[in-house]
Design a protein around this ligand. Structure first.
Ligand code: SF4
Length: 574
């Protein structure tokens, strides 16, 4: 049943890399401002993307001052469940000022990203992140990525505590064992902690010599609060709670958002239920599933290397039989339970131990100071003063935890002084919307995303107000290319960069709880026509929705043809 074929170039690189070393160390000490392409692939496993600031590149060329690419790096930190201490948060803020572009980005997988780090600053940046007891190892690459988990710090129920603990256990178990990361990045500036040239392999019991065929994403969720978007993951654990205790998890497999539109065999997929496991079986079943993908995923064509394609080829029964073989015993059917809700965790909430937590929206995850909105300074002030733990959310925002009742007024005041709006000052549209970075730093971006979405939402809010729909939870996810880093195929409205000149694919019919893939409603849609395309559909939703129906559910029920027909007649009348 294996997906055999000539190994892709990246596979050959991994095999010959001596457990992800390649020539990274040698190139790191060379004067060049960038790594060669083979190392660029391996660097991802160390949490690094080599990028090129295309704004800066263009500007330099126009000025005639410089030519060529403006190389810089994105440094991603892997943080299971998004749990970050104040000291770690402050360290990341310091690093963005010292080595990056002055901003920190909260990712849609509950991690941090620094952008704009130049090659000469990489080692110091990574060492400082490790000094704060976080790591960039396996934040990207063909391994288990950051394990996501509902971040709500609720203390008077064991449920979320057990979920967070499980996220830590899965992450620890599935992290690569290679010592390459330590050798390359954590040696001191003058001496060598280990001699890189004297390579001694360590055992990689899960990944072997070639790691995984492709990235692998895992999340833990609750049916009533699917804030981690469990159906978009390769592997999901949906907690089943009885009498206040987690009795087990439904295992979901085969989700994934990336697509190559010109390659018809690629598609986005929602994860499907596979089985039910008890808490003590979770780690072993996760390992079995990872190994099935390791040994059977496609290693000749990276476009179809994610586990969703293996499952599509085999079908769930054959996939399950193989997992049982690796696990060593048969597995039961999944429990009849579905995702029913989502919570962005913004605003003030009692956390169950006499203290409070506060979810703070960070638009598109970008922590920066710009004009009157000084998120970076505001967070620095609060974290320096109170030193509370924090959590990063899957909607690119953050939670300040463990706040004493008497601290609330002061924290409100600090937020206000820095222009940071609280949840009740924001529309649900904005709270449930996310975007990937795209231009200018992501090398794969075709269009704008992060820089375009706020303006689009400004106009969309006005349009929704016209129809009395401002209280609706409508999720908008936007990306600058079809790779789908901000999960654009499953929200109410998905915008996917399609062609330079700001043209997008418009997906409709998903939902904020992320239970299904939407459908392509419009292709090559110019940015300036997004709102005029959606407006008739908002009008239709207003008059024809069923009680309690969301915009995404309405579009799903109507289907593309009905929506188009209504839009055509509506536009003819106005
Ligand atoms: Fe880059 Fe595309 Fe991912 Fe956006 S979706 S960050 S443009 S690869």
């Amino acid at each position: 049943m294996s997906e055999a074929g000539k190994p892709s170039h990246v596979e050959e690189l991994k095999i010959g890399s001596r457990q992800l070393r390649g020539t990274i160390a040698e190139e790191l000490s060379a004067v060049a401002d960038h790594f060669e392409s083979d190392s660029v692939h391996l660097l991802k496993n160390h949490g690094l993307y080599q990028q090129d600031d295309r704004d800066e590149r263009g500007q330099k060329a126009d000025d005639g001052t410089s030519k060529g690419k403006a190389y810089q790096f994105m440094v991603r930190t892997r943080i299971p469940g998004g749990k970050v201490t104040a000291a770690q948060f402050l360290a990341e803020l310091d690093l963005c000022d010292k080595y990056g572009n002055g901003t920190v980005r909260i990712t849609s997988r509950q991690g941090f990203q620094l952008h704009g780090v130049v090659k000469s600053g990489l080692k110091a940046t990574i060492r400082a992140i490790n000094d704060s007891k976080l790591t960039t190892l396996a934040a990207c690459g063909d391994v288990e990525r950051n394990v996501m988990c509902c971040p709500a710090p609720i203390k008077n129920s064991p449920v979320r505590i057990q979920m967070q603990d499980m996220a830590d256990r899965i992450a620890e178990h599935l992290k690569p064992k290679t010592t390459a990361y330590c050798e390359i990045w954590l040696t001191d500036e003058n001496g060598e902690q280990q001699n890189v040239s004297e390579f001694k392999a360590v055992e990689e019991p899960i990944y072997g010599a070639t790691y995984l065929p492709r990235k692998f994403k895992t999340a833990i969720s609750l049916p009533e609060d699917n804030c981690v978007d469990i159906h978009s993951q390769d592997l999901g654990f949906l907690a089943i709670v009885e009498q206040g205790q987690i009795v087990g998890y439904n295992v979901l497999v085969g989700g994934g958002q990336g697509v190559t539109p010109s390659v018809k065999k690629t598609f986005p997929a929602a994860a499907k239920p596979l089985t039910f496991v008890t808490p003590d079986q979770v780690v072993a079943v996760a390992e079995a599933i990872v190994k099935v993908q390791r040994d059977n995923g496609n290693r000749s064509d990276r476009k179809i290397a994610r586990m969703k394609y293996l499952i599509a080829n085999w079908g769930i029964p054959a996939f399950k039989a193989k997992v049982e073989e690796y696990f060593g015993r048969s597995l039961p059917e999944p429990k009849p339970i579905e995702v029913t809700g989502v919570d962005d965790h913004l605003g003030w909430h009692e956390q169950g131990d006499g203290n409070w937590f506060l979810g703070v929206n960070v638009e598109n995850g970008r922590i920066k100071d710009e004009g009157d909105l000084r998120i970076k300074s505001g967070l620095r002030a609060i974290l320096s003063k109170y030193g509370m733990n924090t959590r990063l959310t899957p909607l690119q925002s953050l939670i300040l935890c463990d706040i004493k009742p008497e601290q609330r007024a002061d924290i409100n005041q600090i937020l206000k002084q820095h222009g940071i709006k609280q949840a009740d000052e924001l529309s649900f549209l904005r709270r449930y919307s996310i975007a990937c970075p795209a231009w200018p730093t992501c090398g794969l971006s075709i269009t704008e995303s992060e820089r375009a979405l706020p303006g689009i939402l400004d106009v969309m809010e006005v349009e929704l107000a016209k129809f009395g729909l401002t209280k609706e939870v409508i999720s908008v996810h936007m990306t600058g290319c079809p790779n789908g880093c901000a999960r654009p195929y499953s929200p109410d409205i998905g915008l996917v960069g399609r062609r330079q000149g700001e043209q997008y694919m418009l997906y409709l019919g998903g939902n904020a709880i992320g239970t299904r893939i939407g459908f392509l409603y419009a292709d090559y849609l110019p940015k300036e026509e997004i709102i005029s395309t959606l407006s008739p559909l908002f009008a239709y939703f207003k008059v024809e929705r069923q009680p309690g129906e969301t915009f995404g559910d309405f579009c799903h029920r109507q289907g593309k043809e009905n929506l188009e027909a209504y839009a055509t007649s509506y536009c003819a009348q106005v």
